[in-house]
Design a binder for this molecule. Structure first.
Ligand SMILES: C[S@@+](CC[C@H](N)C(=O)[O-])C[C@H]1O[C@@H](n2cnc3c(N)ncnc32)[C@H](O)[C@@H]1O
Ligand SMILES: [Zn+2]
Length: 176
């Protein structure tokens, strides 16, 4: 005898899809209107990299996120396809231990979801930026501390809690 187990699960409608991007490679795009302050997606940070020495260059650049306390995670889709923009429409905020991508402005259907890699970033890279925004900085420099002061002040409210704790002294200097 066979038993069918039926479980009712209410899934959050998926607000994004992965497509080719004009910025670089693949990107993540809105499939519905998303309001400023609304959650876009939750990141899956359960794939912790235990041995960083095994990472290939490609993985370091494309598939990993380097968080506080030396934690490195193998990013999963769709978040691993989110490109950088110097004029971003989202930021990342940890809520109840989960990193959430949150809209910082209204996002229309078809808009590419981007965040500024310098928010919560403390690494150097000299990759040319192709974000195409009017205020493009020219290089994809994922380092908050190398941003112009005006930009740093604008981004202070968007910094994630681990970044604020890790760099509290440097951030205090910027606030003064
Ligand atoms: C997490 S991946 C982003 C998704 C990637 N486009 C893909 O196809 O999966 C990060 C890498 O994408 C590239 N990238 C992201 N944003 C970029 C930008 N604004 N300009 C140039 N390259 C960018 C860089 O090589 C960066 O190391
Ligand atoms: Zn740019």
């Amino acid at each position: 005898m066979h038993y069918a187990i039926v479980v009712n699960v209410t899934l959050e409608p998926n607000k994004v899809e992965i497509k080719n991007s004009d910025i670089e490679g693949k990107g993540v795009f809105a499939t519905e209107h998303i309001q400023s302050g609304e959650m876009v997606l939750d990141m899956d940070d359960t794939h912790v990299v235990e041995d960083k020495s095994t990472l290939a260059q490609y993985e370091r650049e494309y598939e990993c996120d380097w968080l506080g306390d030396g934690k490195t995670v193998h990013m999963q889709a769709p978040e691993k396809h989110i490109n950088h923009s110097c004029d971003p429409n989202t930021y990342v905020k940890t809520v109840d231990g989960i990193r959430r991508v949150v809209a910082m402005k209204d996002i229309r259907v078809g808009d590419e979801i981007t965040y500024d890699y310098a928010i919560n970033g403390y690494y150097d890279s000299d990759i040319a930026c192709h974000c195409g925004s009017k205020n493009c900085r020219g290089t994809l420099s994922p380092n908050f501390f190398k941003l112009p002061r005006e930009r740093q002040l604008q981004y202070l409210p968007y910094l994630d809690i681990w970044f604020v704790e890790k760099f509290k002294d440097q951030l205090e200097e910027i606030r003064q």
